[in-house]
Design a protein around this ligand. Sequence first.
Ligand code: E4P
Length: 215
Amino acid sequence: MKIFIDTANVEQIKQAYELGILSGVTTNPSLVAKEGRNFEEVLREIADIVGELPVSAEVVSLKADEMVAEGEKLAAIADNIVIKVPMTMEGLKAVHRFTQKGIETNVTLIFSANQALLAARAGASYVSPFIGRLDDINQDGLQLIADIAEIFDIHGLPAEIIAASIRHPVHVTEAAKLGADIGTMPFKVIEQMVKHPLTDQGIERFLADWESAKK
Ligand code: E4P
């Protein structure tokens, strides 16, 4: 499973990119608003940092014509911009149009296998089921990943499944086991994945032994 970072924070993207583990970036309007900066400027910086890696930028229009106009402007910022479109009738129309124009899309706010199937059929390059938000309402987010992976596999659908709304490292492991192509996660979850108390203790003990051997 590939690792994407889910943030519009340029410093965090730089740090994750330096680790060599990153395969892409996703943003959304809430994450961009949190930074309090000009969206296009932030997008340009992110696209520069990650080179060729895909960067999802979300449209905020709700009508297909407006989504396409907005998305074309965002896509013109850099070659690696993927247009993120919400899972609605108008969104699907827009995805179809973007596909005809050769612009990649990521259909977001997916909460059912049928939504993922429709998004893939409309030509989306990526579908983003939100597992954390399903868990929040007492539904099984990881089961949705398993269902979509099974359907895409049976029918040879090429859209990549992004496990989104990841809240903790167990989501990452389970989504990877269930067949998600990508997990997009906050920087905090990447840090949590790096950490293990036995690794820290091990380093401490090695260094202590090293020092006492010198005496
Ligand atoms: C995915 O592309 C979304 O930006 C994201 O994963 C949403 O996560 P949240 O439910 O933690 O806001």
